[in-house]
Design a protein around this ligand. Structure first.
Ligand SMILES: CCCC/C=C/CC(=O)SCCNC(=O)CCNC(=O)[C@H](O)C(C)(C)COP(=O)(O)OP(=O)(O)OC[C@H]1O[C@@H](n2cnc3c(N)ncnc32)[C@H](O)[C@@H]1OP(=O)(O)O
Length: 363
């Protein structure tokens, strides 16, 4: 849809509204909120309704998005809406042709960049403007990427982040849902979490985390399931579960106490103490810390040398180290996921998410 000097016409706008109804792929909560806000602004002007109650999560998120547009002129909102829909339609057109499964696994990642060279498969989290917060789609794509990496001919698999963060953990907008959806979404979330963590427990090759910046939540707890964790000295390690009304995941309720002792684990997992990279290294969670200025160069030089070692020997040694605990880890993972399913439906958790979304709380 082309722009005119006057912006989108009413006809362009109406046609975009109709196009939205035909969209086959769910564009995700973030985009839906933006569309809603611009639609309301284009049709009614600045937000003019009372702020919904704090527990009315979905209407509160919609209201916030509309209210955030302030006095944006109706014409600009109309144009923005048309542009947003046009972007969505073209991306869904190109993905509507069914591609062979193998192709999709190689090239079809929307939230990751996956590359393979010098015997190393690199999976890079790629939502730098959102600090690589993990959406449902991202968990699913990481599982697909791990599955592909486990079968390719690389020796080592690396997970890292694009931009300033390794990852800010679970994307809290995953929780922007209406109260009547809560139970079902919590159930599905628990299955997703169990399957996601299960992929790391079972991953058959050496797995390396290149922690390029701060890590929060599940992007910290999952690290104990990696074989090497290299961190920039800019990285921090933060597990603010209690602040969020939540509980530990990724087997950390077992792996952290066994790694650093129950007292140090409690400081992180119960009280949410944020560690520096040096502290995380002293507690055994990180293998080695590098100065940020030389981090990428030093780490990749090291990994390229390791990737030339005999592939099968590396894989078998990894499995020998990990196999003792596998069954136990799967049982712990299932139990942690079950407990979180309950937590996600609690008022404590709801309030914490609302506080973040309304920008009252930041870690
Ligand atoms: C189904 C499996 C479930 C597994 C469960 C796992 C549990 C966890 O992982 S708990 C950890 C959850 N994470 C958080 O609580 C972090 C929340 N984020 C923050 O506190 C801050 O954003 C930050 C300290 C990470 C960074 O602060 P900074 O001031 O540098 O940047 P911001 O302006 O806040 O962020 C930029 C941009 O990114 C969005 N964003 C960042 N993190 C998240 C997140 N976890 N969920 C959703 N969105 C996030 C932030 O809203 C900003 O977006 P806008 O530019 O659109 O405002």
């Amino acid at each position: 849809m082309s722009k005119t000097a006057m912006g989108a016409s009413q006809k362009d706008f109406e046609s975009a509204v109709n196009q939205m109804k035909l969209l086959k792929k769910d564009p995700g909560n973030e985009v839906k909120l933006k569309l809603y806000a611009h639609y309301k602004q284009a049709t009614e002007g600045p937000c003019n309704t009372p702020k919904p109650a704090v527990f009315d999560l979905i209407n509160k998120a919609k209201w916030d998005a509309w209210n955030a547009l302030g006095n944006l002129p109706k014409e600009t909102a109309r144009q923005n809406y048309v542009d947003l829909v046009s972007g969505l339609s073209s991306s869904s057109d190109s993905s509507s042709q069914v591609k062979p499964e193998a192709d999709r696994k190689q090239a079809g990642y929307e939230t990751l960049v996956m590359t393979s060279e010098d015997g190393i498969t690199k999976i890079m989290l790629n939502r730098p403007t959102k600090m690589n917060a993990l959406t449902t789609q991202m968990y699913q794509e990481i599982m697909l990427a791990l599955e592909a990496a486990s079968k390719d001919d690389s020796t080592i698999t690396v997970l890292t982040g694009n931009g300033s963060y390794f990852s800010s953990g679970n994307d809290l907008t995953n929780f922007v849902i209406s109260p009547d959806e809560l139970e079902e979404r919590a159930r599905r979330g628990a299955i997703l979490l169990r399957d996601f963590v299960g992929c790391f427990i079972d991953f058959p090759k050496p797995l390396v985390a290149v922690v390029n910046g701060p890590a929060v939540g599940i992007s910290v707890t999952i690290l104990r399931l990696f074989d090497l964790v290299y961190a920039s000295d800019r990285a921090t390690f933060h597990t603010p579960f209690s602040h969020l009304g939540q509980t530990p995941e990724a087997c950390s309720s077992y792996t952290f106490p066994s790694l650093m002792g129950p007292a140090k684990a409690a400081e992180m997992l119960i009280f949410g103490k944020k560690l520096t990279a040096a502290e995380a290294c002293a507690r055994g969670l990180v293998t080695e810390v590098f100065p940020d200025s030389t981090f990428q160069k030093e780490v990749w030089t090291r990994l390229k040398a390791y990737s030339k070692l005999p592939r099968n020997a590396l894989r078998i040694s990894k499995q020998m180290i990990r196999n003792h605990e596998k069954e136990k880890l799967h049982a712990i993972n299932a139990e942690e996921s079950r407990i979180l399913q309950e937590r996600w439906q609690s008022d404590e958790c709801m309030n914490a998410i609302m506080n973040f979304l309304s920008r009252k709380a930041k870690l």
